[in-house]
Design a protein around this ligand. Structure first.
Ligand code: HT7
Ligand code: ZN
Length: 854
């Protein structure tokens, strides 16, 4: 396989300052004429090489004259040119309706749309498909007027008109130079929810969210989120929008969440469409976050783009950090931080500890699509967050202003970003740069000792960065650790919060005036993305879960208390649940706490996260331990769960942080009532299911019922299916809920569901709803028979033939074989070997599967 290496970067041989694209659109056969103004970039005699995606040019012209001395090499069009400045014109034909990969120009729901990041533009036309070639785009589209009444592209609309044979045309110009991965067009039968936004310098921008007519009522939330995002970016980062038009189009078939094409974002419809009946609070929140994320890319990604794809985290890590800040400002910042850390631990920590571990700025790749990972996005955001923590808000903002001003209109690097932060703040980030080059989650050990008889305590901190593939030796990182000491007797502050920058292998901190037994609160706010190991007792963790004034640390103490109990139970079969029960009771009794926080704090760690703490994962033992604790918590606190359940009932659906928190706690309480084995639990859940005026309550109740074994379970699944059988996004929930069920027969149910008439691998959302959800279900996926592995491998092999990118993203769970005892490990490896040996395997899957075999 061909490997692209970061160290091999060289600037482009040819620049393309302008391009004119003329599309004659048709689902079966689209003609693309591209006119490129090409300029030799330095003194060299190399030909013009334009990347391609398997198409053959119908014609090639240089300076208006047809030429035939071109050749195709590795799909690229090679054109010998003698001078330094030419106009090169190519014509190609492509077939959007046969494009199942959903990269380039493709058909979705009868409309035509594009996806070009990372390397889809080459499947549309011949072009230097690399992010450091920036061009001004002029686009003309002609299409059947009835079938495609709406024609959209990047930038601003400049002209439109009718053409012969029932066709019409439109022209769009984008004045900002951009890399081709930001190109987009849409042709379709769509309607828009529109409004205007006036930027702080007075530019009036037309905003439009384009969907099928029937979906128009579900666009209000996304449109409001867009307006809020535009204001937030002006206020928090001083960034204004820069065109007269900002359009978003929702499509049903999409490989990812959304795409930030300049002035024409294209979204997976699941991140646009919402109303109370069909979308959960989680969906509403995700829509606002993704709308914000894509909008924020207009600066962090579009105005300043990436020099090469190794710099992907430059735009993605920074933009995730920005969207996290936005979401935190819209509701509970504490709950948002807890959710983000939970997501990081679920997706990124395992990646960092497995065969696909890579630094946030990778050194090499075979297929760049495989690097749109939790590491690039979420760890990347944590790295930016650490810079913000070290610098403080004012200096961080100064660094961000300098970065945007200095690199506006250019393709930059992670180094440019860090250097801007350094220059604006005066802070030396030399050693901090290791976060960009070293993979692996650092482990921080903290031991606090009170000197015998004295009033002094010593905290010893030490760090270790684990070995990862290709990186056998690691340097100590800079870890910004927020910590504080509480007094065990008085529950007062013994040492106020301070930020420690641990930059060596270990360090000792001495605290004076420690007159009572100190309790350590560490990594407050999750100030560094590390695993913390301490020897804090169950009593100390219970103390912190009740008294810590940092909400994240408080949540974390409870999680650690639960984890310690569950890991011991899974390893030994024995457990004392008393401490957890008392801590949960205390949290439920604390009327001052936000219900949204309570709901997070009382949830047990997932099976997967418990497994991540163990030397070898025993899925059955973990499942038993967790179910036993759930049952005991349910039984012991029955009165409290029922009180919480009663107190969280609402009259009518409102989408607000407070109402969301109550709904969350309501379903968590219902889950514990059911876990206790109470005989009225199914009836209670079914009542919630039937009475619900919103999807959060309805799906919450369905999840509780699906986990059990009752007549209500069967009824609810039927009712849900029949009610929503024509709504693809809600049917995804129906598939997903069943795939996540903890029942003994989930594997068989999922196998049956894969043959359901509504199941298809052609739609990425549907494929993910069943396959990804099933792979997260630790016990079902890791069935001792190996059937779970075989099922997933079969699905991935089939999906690879249609959509390699989506297939490859679903592979990592099979690569976790080193974490299991021999029998399961052997079966997983056998499936990976079967995948690698599949004839015609894509390079996407080959890279993931072969690296996973390690
Ligand atoms: N920047 C976008 C990435 C993306 C993508 C990547 C690979 C294949 C398909 C894709 N669609 C969108 C999304 C984002 O991070 O905002
Ligand atoms: Zn992004």
């Amino acid at each position: 396989p061909h490997v692209t290496r970061r160290e091999d970067y060289t600037p482009p041989d040819w620049q393309v300052p302008e391009i004119a694209l003329d599309f004659s659109l048709d689902a079966a056969a689209t003609l693309v004429r591209a006119t490129l103004h090409v300029v030799r970039d330095s003194a060299h005699d190399r030909p013009l090489v334009l990347d391609g995606g398997g198409q053959t040019p119908l014609s090639v012209k240089v300076d208006g004259v047809a030429v035939n001395d071109w050749r195709i090499e590795n799909d690229a069009l090679v054109v010998p040119l003698s001078g330094t400045d030419h106009v090169v014109e190519t014509e190609v034909e492509i077939a959007p309706d046969r494009n199942t990969q959903l990269m380039g120009l493709y058909a979705s729901g009868g409309n035509l749309c594009t996806q070009c990041e990372a390397e889809g533009f080459r499947r549309i036309t011949f072009f230097p498909d690399r992010p450091d070639v920036l061009s001004i785009y002029k686009v003309r589209m002609t299409a059947d007027k009835k079938r495609y009444p709406v024609l959209l592209a990047n930038g601003d609309p400049v002209a439109q008109g009718d053409a012969p044979d029932g066709r019409h045309w439109a022209e769009w110009h984008d004045p900002y130079p951009k890399p081709c991965y930001l190109f987009a067009l849409v042709a379709g039968d769509l309607v828009a929810n529109t409004t205007t936004f006036t930027t702080r310098s007075g530019r009036e921008v037309s905003l439009g969210i384009w969907v099928r007519a029937a979906d128009l009522p579900k666009t209000a939330h996304a449109l409001a989120a867009l307006q809020t995002s535009m204001t937030w970016d002006e206020q928090v980062y001083g960034r204004e929008y820069d065109l007269d038009v900002f359009n978003i189009v929702a499509v049903d078939d999409f490989n990812f969440g959304a795409m930030e094409n300049k002035g024409l974002n294209i979204f997976n419809s699941r991140y646009i469409l919402a109303d109370a009946d069909t979308a959960t609070d989680y969906d509403f929140d995700a829509i606002a976050a993704v709308v914000a994320h894509e909008y924020f890319h207009n600066w962090s990604g579009n105005r300043v783009t990436c020099r090469d794809w190794f710099q992907l985290s430059l735009k993605e890590g920074f933009t995730v950090f920005r969207d996290q800040g936005f979401s935190a400002d819209q509701g509970s910042a504490a709950v948002k931080r807890i959710e983000d850390v939970r997501g990081l631990r679920a997706a990124q920590f395992p990646e960092d500890a497995g065969p696909l571990a890579h630094p946030i700025r990778p050194d090499e790749y075979q297929e760049i699509s495989n690097f749109y990972t939790a590491t690039i996005y979420n760890k990347g955001a944590e790295v930016i967050r650490m810079i913000a923590t070290i610098l403080g808000p004012e200096r961080f903002r100064a660094g961000s202003d300098l970065y945007f001003d200095r690199f506006d209109g250019t393709a930059a690097t992670c180094e440019d970003f860090v250097a801007s932060m350094e220059e604006a703040s005066g802070e030396d980030l030399s050693q901090f740069r290791l976060w960009y080059s070293q993979a692996g989650t650092p482990r921080l050990t903290a031991t606090l000792r009170q000197d015998a008889g004295g009033s002094r305590a010593t905290l010893t901190l030490s760090q270790r960065v684990p070995v990862t593939p290709g990186q056998p030796v690691k340097q100590p990182m800079v870890l910004p650790i927020k910590l504080k000491l509480f007094g065990a007797d008085t529950a007062t502050t013994l040492a106020p919060e301070r930020l420690v920058l641990l930059d060596g292998p270990s360090e000792q901190l001495v605290f004076d005036g420690v007159t009572e037994r100190p309790i350590l609160s560490i990594n407050r706010g999750f100030s560094a993305p590390v695993v913390v190991e301490t020897d804090r007792s169950a009593d100390d963790l219970a103390f912190l879960s009740a008294h810590d004034d940092d909400p994240f640390a408080r949540y974390e103490a409870m999680q650690q208390l639960m984890l310690d109990t569950l890991v011991q139970a899974a390893a030994t079969g024995q457990a004392d649940h008393k401490a957890v029960i008392a801590a949960v009771a205390h949290t439920l009794d604390d009327a001052a706490l936000d219900p949204a926080f309570v709901a997070e704090a009382v949830l047990l760690p997932s099976d997967n996260f418990i497994g991540d703490q163990m030397a070898l994962v025993d899925p059955e033992a973990i499942f038993r331990a967790r179910e036993a604790l759930r049952r005991d918590l349910g039984k012991a606190l029955d009165v409290r769960w029922r009180a919480a359940y009663a107190s969280t009932q609402a009259d009518a659906f409102v989408y607000s942080p407070a109402a969301k928190g109550l709904r969350r706690l309501k379903t968590v309480a219902l889950g514990y009532i059911a876990a206790s084995g109470a005989c009225d639990a199914a009836a209670l859940a079914f009542k919630q299911f039937e009475a619900a005026d919103n999807m959060t309550d309805r799906q919450g109740a369905l999840g509780v019922l699906v986990a059990g074994d009752s007549a209500e379970r069967v009824a609810a699944l039927d009712i849900f299916y029949n009610r929503y059988s024509d709504n693809a996004l809600v049917l995804d929930k129906w598939f997903q809920t069943q795939a996540l069920s903890p029942r003994d027969d989930t594997l068989e149910q999922v196998q049956t569901l894969s043959r359901h008439r509504d199941f298809t691998l052609a739609n990425p959302n549907r494929a993910r709803a069943l396959i990804s959800a099933f792979a997260v279900n630790q016990r079902a996926f890791n069935a001792a028979s190996g059937e779970g592995y075989r099922f997933v491998a079969d699905q991935l092999i089939a999906l690879d033939k249609l959509n390699p990118q989506t297939a490859a993203k679903l592979l990592p769970p099979l690569g976790r074989w080193r974490r299991f005892a021999e029998e399961r490990a052997t079966r997983m490896r056998a499936e990976l070997e079967r995948i690698v040996a599949t004839p015609g395997l894509s390079k996407d899957m080959f890279e993931q599967a072969s690296k996973s075999l390690g």
